[in-house]
Write a protein that binds this ligand. Structure first.
Ligand SMILES: *Cc1c(COP(=O)(O)O)cnc(C)c1O
Length: 341
């Protein structure tokens, strides 16, 4: 099977497994795990923040960050269309954080400072929820991996600052955005109150994500890590996989982007497939067909896995377990299913 379903399906390489097996470990909860501590320091620096905390998943990063920013009693969080916390986190903003979530208009999950300004509610109006937090997804997972240009990030941050809002960067695939633009991770992340990146997407590690922020916020994040059962023991085994990924799997992300482009251009030439080539900026390719479920099922019979996003849209994701020859084979399978234009 050629697995283009998601970059979450990458398997730890031999080198990564060896690094994990040989990690220096201790009790994370007592700050005695040296590998985890080193990773947290490294990610804090990478993201331009004072401190960071290692967590089991990106979902927990979003949950804890929202909890840090949102006050009890009806605070509102602003997010882009199809934002991960709204679609895929089991309702945690409502169930655990106690926030209401409002979607900001903007194509492909990307919005601007004026959208924030227009959404912010009058804080003196006791009928209204209090707008508190803006969350930006960089790049947008459900927006076909599209990247927010740095100026737009600054535009949104400026609007948030005008209204004294907190800001959060969901950087699950942040290093794909840095690879695509040449802008550093710190330049994208440093001006947010909290920011995180995931090790289990294109970076290819099996477990973990790191949430960064001020020392004070990260100390407070530890309370929730403990409360939610995210505080581990010999977490260095997992942190070593993440460390290895930062050493070995970042520069190669450019290959995934090249493969995604080859895939997108090949698909564009096929009958019944519509694709916006300009939108393919990272390792995610989203395209439209007449019947997404049928297309995905037919491809699977040809040995290629992709995912149906909805009735007509299909998503394919390139990653470190997909070589150029796999992309070529996947295009052959797609040609067999769709037929040449
Ligand atoms: C995958 C993802 C998450 C959640 O991360 P997990 O490690 O899978 O829990 C959050 N936001 C975005 C944009 C993602 O792609």
């Amino acid at each position: 099977m050629i697995n283009l379903f998601s970059d979450t399906q990458t398997l730890p390489s031999e080198g990564m497994r060896a690094a994990m097996a040989n990690a220096d470990v201790g009790d994370e909860q007592r700050f005695e795990d040296p590998t985890t501590r080193a990773l947290e320091q490294r990610v804090a620096e990478l993201l331009g923040h004072e401190a960071a905390v290692f967590l089991p998943s990106g979902t927990m990063c979003n949950l804890i960050a929202f909890r840090l920013h949102v006050r009890p009693g009806g605070d509102e969080v602003l997010v882009g269309a199809d934002a991960h916390p709204l679609k895929y986190e089991s309702g945690s903003p409502g169930a655990v954080v106690g926030a209401i979530v409002t979607l900001l208009a903007g194509a492909h999950g990307i919005f601007d400072g004026d959208a924030v300004r227009a959404a912010v509610r009058d804080p003196t109006d006791r009928y209204a929820p209090r707008t508190r937090l803006v969350s930006v997804e960089q790049p947008v997972g459900n927006g076909g991996g599209r990247v927010w240009p740095l100026e737009l990030v600054h535009d949104v941050l400026a609007a948030a600052a005008e209204h004294d809002l907190r800001t959060h960067l969901d950087g699950a695939r942040l290093l794909n955005a840095t690879t695509a633009t040449g802008v550093s991770a710190a330049a994208f992340a440093t001006d947010f109150h909290t920011a995180w990146l995931d090790f289990t997407k294109g970076l290819g590690a099996p477990i973990g994500a790191c949430l960064a922020g001020s020392r004070q916020l990260i100390d407070e994040a530890w309370r929730y890590k403990q409360m939610l059962g995210g505080a581990m023991r010999q977490s260095g085994i997992a942190a070593a996989g993440a460390w290895y990924a930062l050493d070995h799997h970042v520069t190669r992300l450019a290959e995934d982007h090249d493969n995604a482009r080859v895939l997108a251009e090949g698909l564009a030439a096929l009958a019944g497939i519509e694709i916006d080539l300009a939108a393919v900026q990272t390792n995610i390719v989203v395209f439209s067909v007449a019947d997404a479920a049928q297309f995905v099922a037919a491809l699977e019979r040809h040995g290629v896995l992709m995912g149906a996003l909805d009735a007509t849209r299909v998503r394919a994701v390139t990653h470190l377990d997909v070589a150029r020859v796999d992309v070529e084979d996947a295009l052959e399978a797609a040609t067999a299913v769709a037929g040449p234009a």
